[in-house]
Design a protein around this ligand. Structure first.
Ligand code: ADP
Length: 635
């Protein structure tokens, strides 16, 4: 829309100004232009334009009617009228009569005497009398933004063409200043939005960080509630947890009613945060969010008279947003933010609350996992502690029992031995009064007490070893000698079952640091087990080798072997392999645990492997002392 040409109404005096006057006018215009273009704040700018126009043309009154979106005047700054007079006049004009005509025409209007103009509607009461008028439109970027009205020219009956010309020039400056002010306002708005965006982003970032670093639910949720309130521009916020509370009716204590408890809240009335205060599931906005699984926005609480709303601490609640909280597919509750303004949350705020709600859900989920893990760990620790105590009690009992049994057992065994010899002698002497079965009975007592003594000794040995009451006597030992001594001790066993025992030893000295008797005890145990658990006539092999920085004694048999899942368990106290549990083979289940404990006391290892082709290989590995010579190959 281009500015239309000037339409003059009334008498125009055609008097060309002289050069000096023109210079003065232009200087005045320049001053006015400087005064208005220096202002960026809209209200002040409008006022300056009006003041500058009045001064420039020299008239009693000036006003600026700013056109609103509805086509009527929205602002009406004036100059030359006191505050008091303005108050008396009342509401500013909307733009009916002459002003409206001008606004709609968008053209300059000059009237010598308004009272004579047929288009006027008249002044309101208390309006000062005004005669001459000069109205000039202001266009900003091609659009009409308002009109400058100047009335009652001083020093003449009416406004001249000169005045028109000056005010029109001023209007172009005013347009520039208005454009600047508008751009400035847009800029400020953009800056505000950007800084709000930044603040929101930073807060979201902070909350996410807190979640990563804190597993404490309380800490994280409090942070979320605070952020939800501040960032959405609300005055309160709360996280409600869905809880299943026992129903109030007395008939049944089985029934539960789902309700909300605000475990975390800010800006709400104290009573709601109290333990007893809850929001009902049906009838509350949070309940609706949970039931529908969707964000609920209430722009004006007054529009929902039937709904139950929480109370704000310092204002009345006018609008709210409630977002459901899901964690791991389970509905946990809702995050709500509250405003004391109608329509208090724009789309961005709603999005932000939704973002925070999803962070809150993650936090809840993590915290639940963490709490479960902590509970599990504590339970495991308690159980571990209980087992340790039981184990200790068992050890103490076994050790005391073994100790107490030792002396009477020795007496029984010795007495039985003595009785056996004497009965045997009597029988051999052909004594009639002696029943032969007595000898067998006493023989059984003797045998049983020997086995018991063996068990008790082993038990005492093991408990002492485990309690660290036994120390090793370490010397440089040739492993070959230890193996030879063990073989010699067990040879009769193998012979008794027609088992062949082959021994493979290296040619040179095989040195280890160890307690000779204890090493022998280990190897004898392995050899006697090989004898016990392999069939008559089978072949057993013992071999000494070196692997890496370990010397190894390997005892291999052709027995049934040990099932894979029991290869560790047979080193536990009293454990018998499932293959032998029903055997009549005399057994204590203590030999291997003692042997392993002794091996470990030598910084060695003891384990069992499956022998190729069946049977077992028990391996005792002992560290080679640093100074030991490299041994030759085994023969
Ligand atoms: P015991 O032989 O007195 O039962 P051990 O502690 O020496 O006690 O052995 C524990 C269990 O390991 C045995 O009961 C047996 O089931 C199994 N076992 C030990 N040596 C062998 C072996 N050479 N072959 C098969 N099973 C064995």
């Amino acid at each position: 829309m281009t500015p239309p040409e000037v339409v003059g109404i009334g008498h125009v005096e055609k008097k060309a100004p002289d050069a000096d006057q023109r210079v003065q006018q232009l200087l005045a215009l320049n001053r006015a232009a400087i005064a208005i273009t220096g202002e960026l704040e809209l209200d002040s700018l409008l006022q300056r334009i009006v003041d500058a126009a009045r001064e420039l043309v020299g008239c009693k009154y000036a006003a600026l009617g700013v056109l609103g979106d509805d086509g009527y005047i929205t602002r009406f700054p004036t100059s030359g009228i006191s505050e008091k007079e303005r108050e008396l006049i009342g509401a500013p004009p909307r733009g009916h009569g002459l002003l409206g005509l001008m606004l709609r025409a968008g053209r300059t209007l000059r009237i010598a005497d308004m009272s004579q103009d047929p288009r006027r509607v008249g002044f309101p009461p208390h309006h000062p009398p005004m005669t001459s008028l000069l109205g000039v439109p202001i266009y900003v970027r091609g659009s009409l933004v308002g009109d400058l009205y100047l009335t009652d020219k001083i020093g003449g009956p009416e406004f001249q063409e000169e005045d028109e010309w000056l005010v029109q020039l001023l209007a172009t400056h005013a347009a520039t200043a208005l454009t600047n002010a508008q751009l400035h306002a847009e800029n400020m708005h953009a800056l505000e939005t950007a800084s709000l965006e930044r603040a929101r982003f930073q807060a979201l970032f902070k909350v996410s960080q807190a979640i990563n670093s804190a597993v404490q639910l309380d800490e994280v949720i409090s942070l979320i509630v605070d952020s939800a309130m501040t960032l959405s521009g609300g005055v309160g916020a709360a996280v409600y947890f869905l809880e299943h509370l026992p129903a109030d009716d007395e008939e049944s204590d089985q029934r539960t009613v789902p309700r909300f408890v605000a475990r975390y809240a800010v800006g709400l009335d104290e009573s709601l945060v109290a333990e007893s205060a809850r929001l009902p599931m049906v009838g509350s906005v949070a309940g609706r969010a949970v039931r529908t699984g969707e964000t609920q926005v209430v722009a004006d609480t007054a529009a929902e008279p039937g709904t139950v709303f929480p109370k704000l601490a310092n204002a009345s609640l006018r609008s709210l947003v409630a977002v459901p909280l899901f964690a791991n597919g389970e509905m946990l509750g809702a995050l709500s933010t509250y405003s004391d303004q109608v329509d208090g949350f724009d789309a961005e705020s709603v999005q932000l609350v939704e973002g925070l709600a999803s962070i809150a859900s993650t936090a809840l989920f993590n915290a639940t996992l963490y709490e479960e893990a902590m509970r599990g760990r504590e339970a495991a620790e308690r159980e571990g502690q209980r087992l340790r105590e039981l184990e200790q009690m068992k050890d103490e009992f076994l050790s005391t029992a073994a100790h107490e049994l030792r002396t009477p057992l020795t007496t029984i065994r010795m007495s039985a031995g003595l009785a056996f010899e004497q009965i045997k002698a009597l029988l051999e002497a052909g004594h009639d009064g002696v029943d032969r079965r007595l000898l067998d009975l006493v023989g059984l007592v003797q045998e049983g007490s020997e086995r018991m003594q063996y068990l008790v000794n082993n038990l005492l040995d093991l408990t002492r070893l485990e309690q660290g009451k036994t120390t090793l006597v370490l010397r440089d030992v040739d492993l070959r000698e230890v193996v030879n001594a063990s073989v010699a001790a067990t040879r009769p066993l193998f012979d008794s079952k027609d088992q062949t025992l082959s021994v493979h030893l290296p040619e040179t000295y095989y040195e280890v640091k160890g307690d000779r008797d204890r090493l022998e005890q280990i190897i004898i145990n392995l050899l006697s087990n090989a004898h016990k658990y392999s069939p008559s006539g089978s072949a057993i092999e013992v071999r000494v080798t070196r692997k890496g920085d370990e010397c190894r004694v390997m005892v291999r048999d052709n027995g049934a072997g040990v099932p894979a899942d029991e290869r560790e368990r047979i080193f536990e106290r009293f454990y018998r392999s499932s293959l032998h549990r029903n055997d009549r083979t005399p057994s204590t289940g203590l030999g291997l645990p003692i042997a392993r404990t002794l091996a470990e006391m030598h910084r060695g290892r003891l384990w069992v492997e499956e022998a190729p082709g069946g049977g077992s290989i028990f391996i005792l590995a002992l560290p080679v002392p640093q100074s030991a010579t490299v041994p030759a190959r085994a023969t």
